[in-house]
Write a protein that binds this ligand. Structure first.
Ligand code: PHE
Length: 384
């Protein structure tokens, strides 16, 4: 009797020590089989009770069953502990965050630097109370030139030579019919210059000034981002396709001082207080007076010279880069939208148009505008 009980006690201690040392649920399962399984020694002892002398059966059975239950509870407890630890370990070391969307086969791209710059500019003006509007890139001459005070044949049209589109390719609803010629009249001489009914890729975002005023009575405060086109060369500072943001503010009491304050605020918000701005007199047919706004050159810092004494090619040695044209809306432009409440005797306002490429180049030190359109991954990856 003493032998069997002592052996049970020994087995229990052995199993307890082994369970405490087990490092995984799998090891515990092995221990369960070894100490409590069908072929385990303890199972054998319990199975052999009937063969023991009568007086030993009770105490050995009791000790055996107690040991069995104790071990079962212990193994179960340790298994739960180990499984919890294993789960915890997995959660902290696994790099998979199940709350993220699945990994796409191709890495996701990022927003282009130009679009980001555009949104940044929009944000500055949204903060000043402006609304964002967009308009067509294929535009009528009427909006691009005529209603912006460039009558047919006006020399300022030449400065923004562009790409024309066959008007017959437009939806008839969108076309403007040319002024009728009297029957039998022969058109002699060279072809007529482009007129309001002609269709073109817009050369600037300014046509939206007129479109916006046609749809909204004063006061109006809008910015218009978008693509523009000109038959320009493709070099470090020009591209036949480029981006602008137009601004228009019209109300009863807007003055040139408001324009200056607004543009100063814009330059500080975008370029930081260390950049300087300069206002020069300019000319646009649709603003009077007109001003050109320059920002001090990011590369030479405004000196026009590089460290080695050579002329800075970006600002052409002037120390300034033109970023913006603007001015007070010409009363002749209001004349085209007078019916919608734009009485030049009662309202006035300012407009401006800036090139996004130039602004992005300034902000990020991009030395060549072509970098925006070449899609060189080494460039794109710098602006993630
Ligand atoms: N549309 C002009 C340009 O592209 C810029 C401009 C906009 C000037 C609004 C005055 C007012 O050069």
């Amino acid at each position: 009797m003493a032998d069997a009980q002592a052996r049970i006690e020994e087995l229990r201690r052995e199993a307890e020590a082994a369970a405490a040392a087990a490092a995984s649920a799998a090891e515990l399962e092995e221990l369960r089989v070894r100490y409590l399984g069908r072929k385990a020694e303890l199972t054998g002892i319990l199975r052999g009770i009937a063969e023991l002398p009568a007086e030993e059966r009770g105490p050995v059975g009791k000790a055996g069953n107690e040991a069995r239950e104790t071990l079962e509870r212990l193994l179960e407890g340790r298994r739960a502990e180990l499984e919890a630890a294993e789960l915890e370990q997995g959660l902290t070391t696994d790099t998979v965050d199940v709350t993220l969307p699945g990994t796409p086969a191709v890495p996701v791209g990022s927003r282009s630097l130009l679009i980001r710059t555009m949104r940044e500019i929009e944000d500055v003006f949204l903060g000043l109370g402006y609304r964002v509007m967009e308009g067509p890139e294929v535009e009528l001459d009427y909006y691009n030139f005529t209603a912006l005070n460039h009558p047919p044949g006006h020399p300022a049209r030449m400065a923004q030579d562009t790409f024309y589109v066959d008007p017959r390719s437009l939806d008839p609803e969108l076309r403007i019919e040319p002024a009728p010629t009297s029957p039998g009249e022969e058109v002699a001489g060279p072809a007529l210059p482009p007129g309001p009914e002609d269709v073109m890729l817009r050369t600037h975002t300014s046509p939206m000034q007129v479109r916006a005023m046609e749809t909204q009575k004063p006061p109006i405060f809008i910015v218009v981002p978008g693509r523009c086109y000109r038959s320009d060369p493709f070099d470090a500072t020009h591209s036949p396709m480029f981006h602008q943001v137009e601004g228009l503010a019209v109300a009863e009491s807007i003055t040139l001082a408001d324009l200056k304050g607004t543009l100063d605020e814009f330059a500080r918000a975008l370029f930081g207080s260390e950049r300087k701005t300069r206002f020069r007199p300019g000319f646009f047919p649709f603003t009077e007076p007109s001003v050109e706004v320059d920002v001090s050159c990011f590369r030479c810092g405004g000196s026009g010279e590089l460290v080695d004494g050579s002329r800075d090619s970006i600002c052409k040695g002037t120390g300034w880069i033109e970023i913006l044209g603007s001015g007070m809306v010409d009363p002749n432009v209001f004349g085209f939208v007078e019916a919608n409440g734009y009485d030049a005797e009662r309202v006035q306002g300012f407009a401006f148009g800036m090139g996004i490429e130039r602004i992005a180049m300034l902000k990020h030190g991009v030395p060549d505008l072509r970098k925006f359109f070449e899609n060189d991954v080494r460039v794109l990856e710098q602006f993630r």
